[in-house]
Design a protein around this ligand. Structure first.
Ligand SMILES: NC(=O)c1ccc[n+]([C@@H]2O[C@H](COP(=O)([O-])OP(=O)(O)OC[C@H]3O[C@@H](n4cnc5c(N)ncnc54)[C@H](OP(=O)(O)O)[C@@H]3O)[C@@H](O)[C@H]2O)c1
Length: 247
């Protein structure tokens, strides 16, 4: 038997999070899973059990509401004891064109992808600080690297997450707590279903990348790796050219 890791997954019904969890389940990991949809959460929990997880508990919560976040941290710490890995995975994507005239929908994108993610990252960071160890993993996106007219509500929310996690990394590095920012390109999950996106990756390849990055205590992961180069090029394009080019 390998060293059993204790893993909290927030937004555990996400396809990418489930893909990562499957890999850790093979190593007999222990899980505390949090998600909004009770039925889907039960399916994920059952699947991880079947894949040799040594322990799985579940907690249902709408992650958009920060007033519930202290309770989520209390549940995870009370349930798992010492936590090795916290993965923040929930997210909401809407077509930009559908929300171009809808400020409330735009703010919902921010509430789920930015405010809620940052609130949970902050609170779990403090919990890991208290125990003096662990890894915090946040699923951001390459979409956060540059404001694109076709995706700027979601992209700017992810941008906030990326910057917040970067600052947290600096704060926690001296304490031995690792903060990993995951920057996937398009991945074939329910979030992208029905969208025609270039260079779509599979959940399985992205999940392997994420697990390897967690285990090697990497700081920033572009997945698949070629996105590091693509984004370096896109970031270098002057704003006037970038916006006229209609990326
Ligand atoms: N797929 C991609 O191309 C891609 C690319 C870059 C980054 N990402 C990021 O990777 C993460 C995982 O995405 P995915 O592709 O695995 O998407 P997914 O399978 O569609 O999962 C998204 C998850 O977020 C949850 N969620 C949304 N709003 C919530 C709320 N208010 N409260 C609780 N849970 C909520 C959903 O729960 P319900 O099932 O209850 O709706 C679902 O479990 C997200 O942060 C996403 O932004 C994805």
């Amino acid at each position: 038997m390998t060293n059993q890791k204790s893993i909290a997954i927030i937004g555990a019904t996400s396809a990418i999070a489930h893909g990562v969890a499957k890999l850790y389940a093979k190593e007999n990991a222990r899980f505390a899973l949090v998600a909004r949809n009770e039925q889907n959460l039960a399916v994920v929990a059952q699947d991880l059990h079947a894949r040799s997880a040594s322990y799985v508990s579940t907690h249902v919560s709408d992650l958009k509401d920060p007033s519930l976040h202290d309770g989520i941290v209390d549940y995870v710490v009370g349930d798992l004891g010492a936590v090795d890995i916290v993965i923040l995975a929930h997210g909401l994507l809407k077509e930009q064109a559908d929300i171009d005239h809808d400020a409330d929908a735009t703010m919902e994108i921010f509430a789920v992808n930015a405010t809620s993610m940052i609130s949970l990252a902050h609170r779990f960071g403090c919990a890991l600080e208290k125990q003096g160890s662990g890894s915090l993993v946040g699923l951001s996106s390459v979409a956060g690297e540059r404001g694109r007219r076709v995706l700027y509500a979601y992209g700017s929310a992810k941008s906030a997450v990326t910057a917040f996690l970067s600052g947290m990394r600096g704060r926690y590095l001296p304490l031995g707590i690792n903060v990993l920012t995951v920057l996937p390109g398009p991945v074939d999950t329910p979030m992208t279903s029905g969208r025609k996106l270039p260079l779509m990756a599979s959940v399985d390849e992205v999940a392997i990348d994420i697990k390897n990055a967690i285990d090697s205590r990497k700081h920033v992961l572009y997945t698949p790796g070629f996105w590091r180069i693509i984004m370096a090029i896109l970031r270098a394009i002057p704003e006037g050219i970038f916006q006229r080019a209609k990326f």
